[in-house]
Design a binder for this molecule. Structure first.
Ligand code: HEM
Length: 467
């Protein structure tokens, strides 16, 4: 593409809506000006569906709101790359500026989706939707996907920087206090942390407004579910997934540790909970509504450890696993689901159906924080019995064994369990030939109780968990 030396347009032009009879209403572009060349506007406008191919009066509006969003996410992504470099260089001033820009840019997709919420009639959407091929889904948005990946890269850089500066989230929360007069470098890092949190809130804001728009345009608002005729299926996406899946996605942040930290600080300050001072394993108790009907429950918050997150499956997710379906938005490592995954998911489904499920005492997928892939499972076989005993099980895909991830997962799950009322001990069983599994349990503090045939039985008593 060459610049026009005079910088002014030539008479050449293209018209977006050539069928328009009023010449004043014809949208002319590609006039060869430097402005258009430098911004590549001609190429960008050529991406619009030609006027003659628009299949609905609102098609143009619909496409543009998507494009604006995707462009804004590219800009956010670009800025996140700069942010990651700034964090790696330890340049906190730059990092703060990049994050301010990310926050500002994230307002664009929120505005776009709000525009749809405010002015796209439901019947417009439904008739356009009827023309989309099945399996058209926002899950394939490159912007959203790359944002999640870049978010992980940024978080890794931020954690590495905290480690290099010998600090952690607890310290940074203190350093963010207006009365803090200590190390000013730490205060600057605390500002970066606060901006990361603000940015994540903006992304969640988009997800929430998008969800509200979906409730308006497709239905499925959960609080009104009982008013629907239950013989009919709840609204589903073009992938055939219930809208309740989207509720779960709409609460999933980029930086879960920051949200967990808020809970932790609340517990410490308001509940006076000393245990939440321990920074090694940053647990958050699964909360939310107890599971009831499949497809309508809130999923619990993840339990977090250094390299893995434990994400509890809800009953709908467990039913999907049993049915061999991949869960929305998940990437599975090779070898997943494991043989035991379906068995454990089946137990969750049965527990929920029988009313024996206690929130949090289900099955958790082990998510590798580096890759974001599900690499295995860990979880409880039931709720604790009257004596406070509950059995756990776990498994990792072969490619992720031998790195200590299972030990981390078991420790994090056990730490969470011992924070719950009525849990006195955890039990586990392994095959006598499975040396690695034995190692996982022993490293976490389990004692061998007995060997019965091919089975080793272990117990971990309250207070014996090792860190
Ligand atoms: C105009 C009406 C819209 C409707 C009815 C709609 C509907 C949905 C539905 C039902 C899902 C759930 C996923 C599935 O099962 O397929 C979804 C996900 C998604 N949609 Fe939309 N959507 C709309 C507009 C948009 C716009 C403008 C964008 C901007 C790019 C967008 C981006 C996404 C993304 C990124 C997801 C994945 C969820 C997430 O990452 O949290 N959608 N959408």
């Amino acid at each position: 593409m060459s610049r026009v030396l005079e910088g002014r347009p030539s008479p050449a032009r293209q018209i977006l809506n050539p069928a328009q009879s009023n010449p004043l209403l014809r949208y002319e572009y590609a006039r060869g000006s430097n402005y258009e060349v430098d911004t590549r506007l001609t190429a960008a406008l050529s991406a619009l569906v030609p006027e003659g191919e628009l299949n609905h009066a609102d098609h143009r509006f619909f496409q543009i709101t998507h494009l604006v969003t995707e462009y804004a996410w590219v800009a956010v992504h670009h800025t996140l790359c700069d942010l990651a470099a700034g964090l790696r260089a330890g340049n906190l001033v730059l990092a703060a500026r990049h994050l301010d820009r990310c926050c500002g840019l994230s307002a664009l997709p929120v505005a776009a989706v709000r525009l749809l919420l405010d002015s796209l009639p439901q019947l417009s959407l439904l008739s356009m939707r009827a023309m989309f091929p099945p399996n058209t889904t926002g899950l394939d948005s490159p912007g959203a996907r790359n944002l999640r990946r870049a978010g992980r890269a940024v978080w890794n850089e931020f954690e590495a920087l905290m480690t290099r500066r010998g600090t952690n989230l607890d310290d940074l929360v203190s350093a963010a206090d207006p009365g803090f007069s200590g190390d000013q470098e730490r205060a600057a890092l605390a500002d970066v942390m606060a901006r990361l949190h603000r940015f994540d809130a903006r992304i969640l804001e988009w997800k929430q407004v998008h969800l509200h728009m979906v409730w308006v345009l497709l239905g499925g608002q959960p609080d009104t579910a009982e008013e629907l005729d239950h013989a009919r299926q709840d609204p589903v996406s073009l992938r055939g997934r219930p809208i309740s899946d989207l509720e779960r996605m709409a609460a999933r942040p980029l930086f879960p540790r920051l949200w967990q930290q808020s809970t932790k600080v609340f517990r410490r300050v308001v509940d006076g909970d000393e245990a939440s001072r321990i920074p090694a394993i940053n647990n958050v108790a699964p909360g939310g509504t107890p599971m009831t009907e499949p497809g309508h429950e809130a999923v619990s918050h993840p339990i977090s450890a250094d390299r893995v997150l434990l994400q509890e499956l809800d009953a709908a997710g467990a039913a999907d696993i049993v049915a061999g379906r991949v869960l929305p938005g998940q990437a599975w490592a090779e070898g997943y689901p494991l043989e035991g995954t379906k068995v454990a998911a089946g137990m969750v489904v049965r527990l929920v159906r029988s009313g024996g499920y206690r929130p949090g005492f289900g099955m958790y997928q082990i998510v590798d924080r580096m890759s974001g892939q599900v690499v295995g499972d860990v979880g409880f076989h039931s709720s604790p019995d009257e004596s406070g005993s509950v059995e756990i099980g776990y498994g990792l895909v072969p490619g992720h064994r031998g790195k200590g991830l299972a030990t981390e997962a078991v420790r994090a799950l056990a730490a969470w369990a011992f924070r719950q009322t009525g849990v006195a001990e955890l039990r586990a069983e392994t095959d006598v030939h499975h040396a690695a599994s034995h190692g996982v349990l022993v490293r976490a503090g389990f004692e061998l109780l007995a060997v019965e045939g091919e089975t080793r039985r272990y117990v971990l008593r309250r207070g014996r968990l090792t860190r």
